[in-house]
Write a protein that binds this ligand. Structure first.
Ligand SMILES: [Zn+2]
Length: 376
């Protein structure tokens, strides 16, 4: 259900990850800088120089977004929020938060940290590029710095659009939250504003498109769709959180979970369990004790002879915090673990015993029913 992004590097303890869409986007940016923007802005440079500038510009753009998100993350950490890392998507980045900010004030500073850092970086880059150029024409180096300066201003401006969950929308939510003292209402209004702005951008894009500005129009349309989608899903996310807050894993787990005895052969596991239940992971239980778990991936490489001769007990690996959770832990924790690891089922273990299994679809079904009944 969740596709896992690619981990690139770590900075100040935050993992920087990129969505696969970034590879395509990166190539597109290099191309449009080298063939479009740089030749138009800085005339008369070597054609090869434009390509090198294009690559440097794309890397600079990427690092600018990381810089912006990093400041969100640093301020969030200061407020004691559990930050998982920074993930770059098609339209910038997301500093992944485990929780909602603790107070309107925290949310406000957390939200403005990114745009403020981008404005500071933009000013420095522009000052440096104009200072080195000294009134003369831009060289490839100053040209890229100059471009990145303007880019960071645009990055700050885009993020300040008051469309939740963009930074500007978070500022709006912080103000509403502070004055109403009601996080849910503030989120609902801020994301409604975001959805309206998204729809307006889409309409503007369509208008541009019909007026003959097809590329610009298409971009505005896509950004509008993105803003609208993000606004809607972030309100849903809040409802999710609210619906699941303080609910223990025990409530959702299937206590009569399918388990395998260690003496079972792999061939039997395939025939009697994998084909029958179609799960990718099975807890291995020996007389009530949880021995470990066996996954589909472990079996894939085995020859037919091995499958007949080897047992599940030989293959089973100890259950790790990556696939196991306690019955009294918060179900939100289970959900975020599923999201992080891409698993849709987790083993519920209680003091070395198998307590059950918790599945994503059961949690989702509960949320859907709860939202339907209470119409939050
Ligand atoms: Zn931001």
């Amino acid at each position: 259900m969740f596709s896992k992004p690619l981990t690139l590097f770590r900075v100040f303890g935050f993992e920087v990850k990129a969505d696969w869409s970034w590879l395509i986007l990166g190539a597109l940016i290099v191309w449009s800088l080298a063939q479009g923007l740089f030749p138009a802005w800085y005339k008369g440079l070597d054609p090869a120089a434009y390509w090198i500038m294009g690559v440097a510009g794309a890397i600079g753009l990427f690092l600018s977004i990381v810089f912006h998100e990093l400041w969100h993350s640093l301020i969030a950490r200061k407020y004691g929020l559990d930050m998982r890392g920074i993930t770059l998507f098609l339209f910038g980045g997301v500093a992944e938060m485990g929780d909602e900010p603790p107070s309107p004030k925290a949310e406000f500073f957390l939200a403005v940290a990114g745009p403020v850092s981008s404005v500071v970086l933009a000013s420095v880059l522009l000052a440096v590029s104009y200072f080195i150029a000294g009134g003369g024409p831009m060289t490839p180096v100053t040209g890229v710095l100059n471009y990145l300066g303007y880019l960071n201003f645009i990055l700050a401006a885009f993020n300040l659009i008051p469309a939740f969950p963009l930074d500007g929308g978070r500022v709006l939510r912080a103000i509403l939250w502070g004055s109403w003292n009601d996080l849910r209402r503030a989120t609902r209004v801020a994301s409604s504003v975001g959805a309206v702005i998204g729809a307006a951008l889409m309409a503007l894009g369509a208008l541009q498109f019909f007026l003959g500005r097809s590329v610009g129009g298409l971009w505005t349309l896509i950004i509008g769709m993105f803003v609208r989608g993000a606004a809607k899903s972030s309100y849903r996310q809040l409802l999710f959180r609210r619906a699941l807050e303080g609910v223990p894993v025990r409530k959702f787990m299937a206590a009569d979970a399918v388990s395998v005895a260690p003496g079972t052969t792999v061939a039997k596991l395939v025939e009697d369990y994998i084909y029958k239940y179609q799960f990718k992971m099975y807890p291995v239980v020996d007389g009530g004790d949880l021995v470990g778990c066996v996954t589909l991936d472990q079996i894939k490489g085995l020859t037919p002879e091995d499958r007949v001769s080897r047992t599940v007990g030989e293959l089973a690996r100890g259950c790790s915090p990556d696939n196991t959770i306690g019955p009294d832990e918060d179900v939100l924790k289970a959900l975020s673990l599923m999201q992080k690891t891409g698993r849709s089922r987790l083993i519920v273990a209680d003091g070395g015993k198998l307590a059950g299994v918790i599945a994503l679809k059961d949690i989702m079904g509960y949320i859907a029913l709860k939202l339907d009944l209470e119409e939050m």
